[in-house]
Ligand binder design. Structure first.
Ligand code: UDP
Ligand code: MG
Length: 318
């Protein structure tokens, strides 16, 4: 008889004491009815509430439950990476603990993977109900821009919630960059992906960890990690400015020859100097961003540090 396939569900958790019990109940209900064996890998990302306590409690009564607990808050990207590095499954899914990634979609996702036509099933929100309009506008712009300037194919409204085959997980783990942007990584590695649209759902309890500023920084990280286009901005400015100054030079020579040289125009000179100074600082800033990323990459710091886990073969530092 063929060995039963194993599904791993990775759940990054940061201060999720209210949502966790609800999520655990729902996901267990769904997975119990699937024809697969399963494991739940909860990653406690340095929560300051009772998240770890709850995880320990359920892992004692349920042998399907594993927890990996970080030494501090490393962020959702690190938590997902820790999950990928420690997952045993033939199929692996990432899910939020707040029920915004509905467990009820899993059976359908498994069915699609079973056909063998796809390597992963990813989910996409078709609406942004319950989100401030300004935020939606910026998100849409972000997806538009990043798809124009990078070779990672990033779908608008894509969630991190996706079910994938082992091969894909191995590819993700092999991308060990320090500055992680999973939406870009998923797109970059390729594979055949089926997109499953669904209506946005608001989180069941607790509150989002993403302020507008955090999201903005996340978007900038995405662009810098997956595109070199901003770096060429400086060269383009350089070319355009050279061209403009050439035209201006011609204009000044002609004016001098025709009208003589009345001393005037110091205000415009100052404007030009400030303008060019601004552009130079702007370009330097862009370069600085890339250098900062390179600096962090060269340090080769671990993505996460575990303090404790109930998984026998857990990788404590990676
Ligand atoms: N999360 C995490 N570390 C963090 C922030 C968030 O592990 O530093 C987890 C969080 O517990 C949740 C998921 O990432 O399971 C998504 O977070 P959230 O619901 O706040 O994001 P949103 O759904 O609003 O984008
Ligand atoms: Mg959420």
């Amino acid at each position: 008889m063929e060995k039963q396939k194993l599904i791993t569900i990775i759940v990054p958790c940061y201060n999720e004491q209210e949502s966790l019990p609800i999520f655990y109940k729902e996901i267990t209900k769904v997975l119990k009815n699937a024809d697969y064996d399963y494991e739940l890998v909860f990653v406690n990302d340095g929560s300051k509430d009772k998240t770890l306590g709850i995880l320990k409690e359920i892992s004692q009564t349920d042998k399907h439950v594993y927890y990996l607990s970080f030494s501090r808050n490393f962020g959702k990207e690190a938590a997902m990476y820790a999950g990928f590095c420690n997952a045993h499954g033939d199929f692996v899914a990432v899910m939020d603990a707040d029920m915004q990634d509905p467990p009820a979609l899993l059976p359908q996702m498994l069915e699609i993977l079973q056909t063998g036509e796809y390597d992963s099933v990813a989910t996409r929100r078709v609406n942004r109900e319950g989100e401030p309009p300004v935020r939606s506008w910026f998100s849409r712009k972000f997806y538009h821009i990043i798809n124009k300037i990078s070779d990672a194919d990033i779908v608008d409204g894509a969630r991190d919630f996706r079910l994938m085959k082992r091969e894909m997980v191995d590819a993700i783990v092999s991308m060990s960059e320090y500055n992680r942007f999973s939406k870009g990584i998923f797109g970059w590695i390729g594979f055949r992906t089926y997109w499953l649209p669904y209506e946005n759902i608001e989180r069941v309890a607790g509150e989002t960890k993403w302020s507008f500023w955090k999201l903005f920084k996340y978007a900038m990280d995405g662009i810098i990690n997956f595109s070199q286009v901003p770096l060429s901005v400086a060269s383009w400015f350089g070319i355009i400015m050279t061209f403009c100054s050439f035209i201006l030079l011609l204009f000044i020579i002609v004016r001098k020859l025709v009208f003589g040289d009345p001393v005037a125009g110091w205000a415009s000179t100052v404007c030009v100097v400030i303008f060019i100074g601004g552009i130079q600082l702007f370009c330097l800033g862009i370069m600085g961003q890339y250098i900062a990323k390179t600096y962090m990459e060269t340090k080769k710091r671990p993505h996460y540090i575990l303090l404790e886990s109930n998984m026998e073969d857990a990788k404590y530092i990676r």
